[in-house]
Ligand binder design. Structure first.
Ligand SMILES: O=C(CO)[C@H](O)[C@H](O)COP(=O)(O)O
Length: 395
């Protein structure tokens, strides 16, 4: 039986290994054994992944503790074998999806194994004794730092890697990057799902030598690109993009979107309009039959600050509903200020609308910079599901 702990460990330690590829190459993502007495042992694969043994132990212990929420006693049994005794952990039935990944034994690392194969030149101890294995990608630093509870350039999200919603975001993002990104200029959207797309891009640049220049849609996206060591570009240098990948607050059956929950709708729409392909990545909560079914905060509208009152009044007169100035909350007194120095109105609408008409009506009001309705722009969306699958939607 696959336990929640085992699934979590795989998730954390092998998150940059594509599960399908592993199954094909029989590389063994699941080289972790969970014995019923709450004992977890990870073999040489962990060490091959994580570098020096001392560092491994600290990182792996932190990951295990993060996964279990409990205490972890780790000890070095012999070279290349790590063993952990953890607090009792509850089995979580939602982890059965991990059972789909075959578990293979991976040979123990030895100092000087006969017929040894070097897995990574920089790891002196990383010598596999046994059948030849392709090099295993390293755990990205960002994954380790998330496991240790550090924050990334996401919107202040403390990413919990055993959270089904975070998993769903990651699955959708990884699949979209794998299916749509080739060498060229890529538009990077904003939000918490895009964090995973950038992470995957960085892995592919490192592992496959993918040659991409990334154009950001926000300050957050720019930070992500820089933090992940990707090449930064802009629309001035690269006005045409091969693909733009972005999240959404809601997507209906025609892939009409509400965007701008993170306040970056204007640049996001500009990027989407410059891309040959605009790809949406989201978790299962964002898919709906009609707009407003899932997303209750309304359509974000970026406005010139001095115009917010008359714009709000005009919207209500023309379209009904209620327009509210978005406030910063506890992080700052006063309204949210966008990357462009503007305000955001959230228009809570009632009933069904002709969204193309609404988009045009909103943008015709003097003072409106842009609105968060994306009509007819997305042709493909990836929704990560709670069962670990990815639902694809095309129009
Ligand atoms: O439009 C956006 C930001 O302006 C985001 O794409 C949208 O809010 C979705 O964000 P998340 O991926 O965090 O759910």
């Amino acid at each position: 039986m696959t336990s929640w702990l085992e699934g979590s460990l795989k998730e954390k330690l092998y998150r940059n290994v594509d599960a399908e590829r592993c199954a094909r190459t029989r590389r063994g993502v699941g080289a972790i054994h969970h014995e019923p007495g709450h004992r977890v042992s990870g073999n040489a694969a962990l060490q091959a992944h994580l570098g020096s043994l001392e560092h491994d132990l600290a990182v792996v212990r932190a990951v295990v503790e993060h996964a279990t929420g409990g205490r972890c006693n780790s000890k070095r049994q012999h070279v290349g074998f790590l063993s952990f005794t953890t607090e009792p952990v509850a089995l979580n039935p939602s982890s059965v999806r991990y059972a789909a990944t075959p578990i293979h034994a991976i040979p123990i690392i030895r100092e000087n194994g006969a017929g040894a194969t070097k897995t990574r030149p920089s790891t002196r101890r990383s010598v596999l004794n046994g059948p030849r294995h392709p090099p295993i990608p390293w755990l990205p630093l960002s994954a380790v730092s998330r496991a240790l509870g550090h924050q990334s350039a996401s919107r202040g999200t403390d990413v919990k890697m055993n959270d089904p919603v975070e998993n769903a975001k990651r699955l959708a993002a990884y699949k979209a990057v794998d299916n749509h990104v080739v060498d060229g200029i890529i538009g990077i959207g904003s939000g918490s799902t895009v964090v995973y797309a950038v992470e995957r891009l960085a892995q592919r640049v490192k592992d496959e030598g993918l040659d991409v220049i990334c154009v950001p849609s926000s300050f957050q996206a720019k930070q992500l690109i820089v933090e992940n060591g990707l090449r930064l570009g802009d629309l001035e240098m690269h006005p045409e993009l091969k693909v733009a990948i972005d999240g959404a607050d809601e997507a209906d059956h025609q892939l009409t979107l509400i965007k701008g929950g993170g306040g970056c709708l204007t640049q996001e729409k500009i990027l989407a309009s410059c891309a040959e392909q605009f790809i949406v990545i989201a978790d299962y909560r964002k898919a709906s039959k009609s707009l407003g079914e899932q997303w209750k905060k309304g359509v974000p509208i970026e406005v010139i600050p001095s115009s917010y009152r008359p714009v709000a009044q005009k919207i209500e007169k023309l379209l009904g509903g209620k327009s509210e100035l978005r406030m910063s909350g506890s992080s700052k007194a006063g309204p949210v200020v966008t990357d462009n120095g503007n305000f955001i109105l959230d228009w809570r609408f009632e009933g069904a609308h002709d969204w193309k008409e609404v988009e045009t009506t909103l943008n015709m009001i003097p003072g409106v910079v842009e609105n968060g309705l994306f009509v007819g722009m997305a042709k493909k969306a990836y929704f990560g599901m709670s069962d670990g699958s990815v639902m694809e939607q095309s129009v």
